[in-house]
Design a protein around this ligand. Structure first.
Ligand code: FDA
Length: 393
């Protein structure tokens, strides 16, 4: 029987970070992953530049049954702490918008940082290695059947992530293990995911595929001002991905294509300045041309501004700022950036991420019922939760 102090399942952001911390404390750590390479999601993240954290980390930017659970870990290992690691490794970065920090070069630099630190901390990394049965022996230690034979340790950390992008190795193993050890798992669903629409809507939306516009998307009381992107299947773009985490089946979303603009007043001013101007031309000063034409067609107004009365201008204004659309669904785990829900935080100790009823068992990263906004929040959760577990185990 091979022995270690800590077995970590999953060599993603959370698993690697926890392993580095535990290894630095002199613990014998083995990280196991069935993928060929570690940190595959880091590699593809942020369009290949990894949005590794956000300067605006705050608990109201996280979702879950009890987002405040995340506070302890987020305060003990902060965005500044991670930035210090990135700086120490000489990785150049920049702030894009909304506090989002990206590598100047490539997300591979973050993976290299983690792999270097793993090596220096003396951690064993078993890649392309299957994970079979997991059980406790008579002494309460964890035994994991692996592609390299059975491995035993006093502590087991589950860092296998969520269900999103199965093509990249997501399996849901973490949820099964939680249930095996008697921990509750809250409902899981794809989040940060594009919306799909019924054929009737797609008929007018699909021709707009590729058009992006800065807008506001809302659902219930939540709103996001960011880009909206029309796709062949429906809607995507940061504002749409953000609101998808708050949306539930059957609900409508509110779309404003010109937030902060009084469109009616704008059109009235254009009318005064040049009454012969076509409506689409005036709208084209606010919106991409294809969208301007769509609003004109949907309003059924194919005439110059001078011939459009105030009530009709009001209605056109509302068409730009008060769209109500009802998605039929989302693109699902195939493209979702994260999984909402997961291991119930009530069952975990917020300071250590250890299961309250199962000493030595830890859950970290996305497998836990803590989900961040788009913009580096999810990696910060992975770093912070991994860090606290790495200090404790
Ligand atoms: P993660 O999923 O990273 O790692 C889990 C590991 O467990 C994987 O290596 C997997 O192979 C392994 N595993 C799973 N099942 C297994 C099994 N049965 N046996 C063995 N191994 C198994 N976030 C952010 O903050 N900024 C960003 O820029 C982005 N961008 C982004 C882009 C895209 C396309 C996606 C899909 C996601 C993002 N994210 C993001 C989200 C971010 O990638 C995610 O929240 C973290 O990677 C979660 O880290 P974890 O370590 O918890 O899981």
């Amino acid at each position: 029987m091979q022995e270690a102090d800590i077995i970590i399942l999953g060599a993603g952001a959370a698993g690697m970070f926890a392993a580095i911390e535990a290894g630095r404390r002199g613990r014998r750590v083995v990280v196991i992953d069935h993928a060929k390479a570690a940190g595959e999601k880091i590699r593809i993240s942020g369009g290949g530049r990894c949005n590794f954290t956000n300067t605006g980390i705050a608990v109201d930017r996280f979702l879950g049954r009890n987002p405040r659970f995340a506070l302890s870990a987020l305060r003990r290992f902060t965005a500044q702490d991670f930035i210090a690691r990135v700086d120490a490794a000489g990785i150049a970065w920049h702030e894009k918008t909304l506090g989002q920090l990206f590598c100047d070069g490539s997300s591979k630099e973050i993976i290299a940082l983690l792999l270097n630190d793993l090596r220096r901390a003396g951690v064993d990394l078993w890649l392309s290695c299957t994970v079979g049965e997991v059980r406790r022996d008579g002494g309460g230690r964890f035994v994991v059947e692996t592609g390299r034979g059975p491995l035993r340790a006093g502590a087991l950390m589950v860092a296998t992530g969520g269900k999103s992008i199965p093509k990249m190795g997501a399996t849901g193993l973490g949820y099964r293990l939680a249930e095996q050890f008697g921990l509750p798992v809250t409902e899981t669903r794809p989040a940060l995911v594009p919306f799909t629409f019924a054929e009737q809507e797609l008929a007018w939306m699909a021709p707009l595929a590729g058009v992006a516009v800065p807008g506001r998307v809302g659902c219930g009381k939540t709103r996001f001002d960011e880009a909206i992107l029309f796709t062949h299947r429906g809607l995507s773009g940061p504002a749409v991905l953000q609101i998808s985490s708050y949306w539930r089946e059957g609900e409508a979303i509110q779309v404003n294509l010109a937030p902060g603009q009084d469109v009616t007043n704008f059109l009235a001013a254009e009318k005064k300045a040049n009454g012969r101007m076509a409506l689409r031309t005036a709208l084209g000063k606010l919106l991409p041309e294809k969208l301007a034409r769509l609003v004109e067609a949907q309003a059924g107004v194919d005439k110059p501004l001078a011939e459009i009365g105030k009530p009709q201008l009001d209605e056109i204004g509302r068409r730009v700022t008060e769209w109500s659309l009802r998605p039929v669904g989302t693109e699902g785990y195939r493209t979702a950036e994260v999984t909402l829900g997961g291991v119930d935080t009530d069952a975990l100790d917020a300071r250590t991420m250890e299961a309250k009823g199962v000493p030595g068992l830890y859950f970290i990263g996305e497998v836990v019922d803590i989900t961040g906004w788009l913009g580096g929040y999810n990696f910060q959760w992975a770093w912070s939760s991994g860090w606290v577990a790495g200090q404790a185990a």
